[in-house]
Design a protein around this ligand. Structure first.
Ligand SMILES: [Zn+2]
Length: 374
């Protein structure tokens, strides 16, 4: 991966290129920041840049044998280390090499490193992948006993916070006695969970969240999402491509939630009690978890419509369909009813989560809304 293939992060890229060009590469580097912003891509581009013999204009060439090996995740002096689960029919703890094929698929299918995709590839969606102590032993072996072609051997480790304690202590030994020819590049979503003795030995690079427009462009380019919708999702994604793509894939549920919210408000406004009873029964059939998500959704949409009504559209976090609805509806949410309505949804969520009869709770709030919309 070349730096130029990674959206945004220009100042980090410059910092990395300067490090390499001035031969001031720290022997242990940590990329830290929230998930889904491209830290692993920066780490991969850095490794490729370090190994490329034909660097120019602050990037690797992308076509030399070394770059080609990097791009197919097969560079002989680049060792990947990542959380894994136990392998069926194999005794002993698993190591990264046991799952290297799935790992290459993750890097190519999900360069923003989606943990959900990873546990799917590992074949167990409920798994809690870890980096076991055997992984550190395997790394020591690779670093000490294998020959190398390039000047530097590089260890690229994803999620050092998932090392168990024995594993972390063994890695610490490696970091305490650095080899001149070995670089550790670590990528962490939750750096506070890294063993402090390790964390203090790492040179840290903070990678910032992405701008909304970077995310919107990504959604348009990769998923063909319409500009309006892409911007709507980007505003909710908190700077993370993964969060944005997750929201895109759950937008079916959001659509359903929006429809149910619209009917609730319409029937309440028209005082159609019979329809509201049917509505309560239909929503109750979502099941408890989904009902709770729906109540959160109603609470959020109510709050956003209030902000919309205050004529602050740029502060509003609504997707395209939601804001279309809000152009007519927002005027019904005002300072007299917004807190009462939000409290209804919050309390309903609490009651349903606490096992109350959802049909009754929902019908109660539906009827109360008749009063609040007057
Ligand atoms: Zn090259």
């Amino acid at each position: 991966m070349k730096f130029s293939e990674i959206p945004a992060h220009n100042s980090v890229k410059r910092q990395l290129v300067d490090m390499v060009d001035n031969e001031k590469i720290p022997h242990a580097l940590l990329f830290e920041g929230k998930s889904g912003i491209g830290k692993m891509m920066l780490a991969r581009a850095l490794a490729q840049y370090i190994h490329c013999p034909n660097r120019s204009n602050g990037d690797s060439c992308g076509i030399c044998p070394s770059c080609l090996q990097h791009q197919s995740f097969n560079h002989i002096d680049t060792h990947f280390s990542f959380p894994v689960i136990k392998v069926k029919n194999k005794s002993g703890a698993p190591v990264s090499d046991d799952w290297i094929d799935q790992w290459r698929q993750l890097l190519s299918d999900s360069p923003y490193m989606d943990m959900n995709t990873w546990v799917d590839l590992l074949g167990n969606p409920n798994a809690q992948p870890l980096i076991y102590v055997e992984e550190s032993s395997a790394l020591i072996h690779k670093l000490n006993f294998t020959s190398h072609a390039a000047r530097f051997k590089i260890v690229l480790m994803w999620l050092p916070e998932r090392m168990n304690e024995p594993s972390a202590n063994k890695l610490l030994k490696l970091l305490e006695e650095p080899h001149d020819d070995t670089l550790f590049i670590l990528v962490s979503n939750e750096p506070t969970k890294i063993l402090p003795t390790i964390y203090s030995r790492l040179q840290r690079i903070q990678v910032k969240r992405l701008d909304d427009n970077v995310i919107a462009q990504y959604l348009e380019r990769h998923f063909g999402v319409a500009t309006d919708q892409a911007q709507g999702i980007a505003r909710l994604a908190e700077g993370s491509i993964l969060e944005a793509t997750h929201r895109l894939s759950t937008s079916d549920e959001s659509k359903q939630f929006l429809e149910m919210f619209i009917s609730l408000m319409r029937f309440a406004y028209q005082k159609k009690v019979g329809e509201l009873r049917k509505w309560s029964n239909n929503v109750a059939e979502f099941g408890r978890e989904k009902c709770c998500r729906f109540m959160e959704y109603c609470e959020r949409l109510t709050g956003e419509n209030y902000i919309y009504n205050l004529r602050n559209p740029q502060l509003v976090a609504l997707d395209y369909e939601e804001s279309k609805f809000s152009t007519n509806f927002a005027r019904f949410i005002n300072e007299r009813n917004v807190e009462q309505l939000r409290r209804l949804f919050i309390e309903a969520r609490r009651d349903i989560a606490g096992n109350a009869n959802a049909k009754i709770v929902l019908f109660d709030i539906a009827v109360s809304i008749i009063l609040y919309l007057k």
